[in-house]
Design a protein around this ligand. Sequence first.
Ligand code: HEM
Ligand code: HEM
Length: 175
Amino acid sequence: MIRPAHRFPLLSRLLHWTMAVLVLAMLFIGIGMVSTVSSRYAQLVAIHKSIGIVILVLVAIRLINRLLNPPPPLPADLPWWQVVAAKASHWVLYLLMFALPLVGWAMLSAAGAPIVVFGAVHLPPILPHDVAMFAVLRAAHTVLALLLFATFLAHLGAALFHALIRRDEVLPSMV
Ligand code: HEM
Ligand code: HEM
């Protein structure tokens, strides 16, 4: 039985798993929509924008929650470099969860395209119309998405290492 002090608070766990599903769905929707030649393209882009903005709101709530409710300590016998890798990768994931929706919103602003979420809410542009800037941000959106996917794979590998090899309290602390 895991000790309560070694478990993430309920809100942290709810946010973690809700956002894990949303972020992974976004990576696959993103790749799917840019690869499709079907009429579903517009529908997928609309879903992509809406979920992306939801992620931006949730990650802001999550960051505040994390500052108010710090995570449980890592196992005391974890080598120092694994502690550094765990902490650094968590901050990279936070950075990317902010950067991707903001770059998505900014690139559509620079393109002069409408930013409509849930078919009704029109968001204001956050950058002036600038085609060269759109090109830079569009490429950045792809690179950041690939970086997010790579960091997630390392994160999943670490979770499996803790659960299956070390058999410590790290995975149960988030379940
Ligand atoms: C965590 C949030 C997000 C993730 C993980 C994500 C991921 C992706 C991925 C993987 C692609 C395909 C990239 C490629 O193959 O070149 C993509 C494209 C795109 N994303 Fe996002 N995205 C996010 C948020 C957003 C937001 C908030 C917006 C806009 C409000 C947005 C707008 C777009 C657009 C317009 C495209 C390109 C569509 C096209 O060129 O046909 N994304 N995104
Ligand atoms: C199957 C998928 C996943 C598993 C098994 C998993 C597992 C875990 C575990 C066990 C922890 C606790 C680590 C610790 O105590 O240091 C954790 C924390 C964390 N995970 Fe995941 N995770 C998954 C998906 C994701 C995804 C997709 C993201 C975001 C892109 C993410 C972001 C984070 C962050 C930022 C933390 C640090 C704690 C926090 O502030 O919420 N995870 N994850």
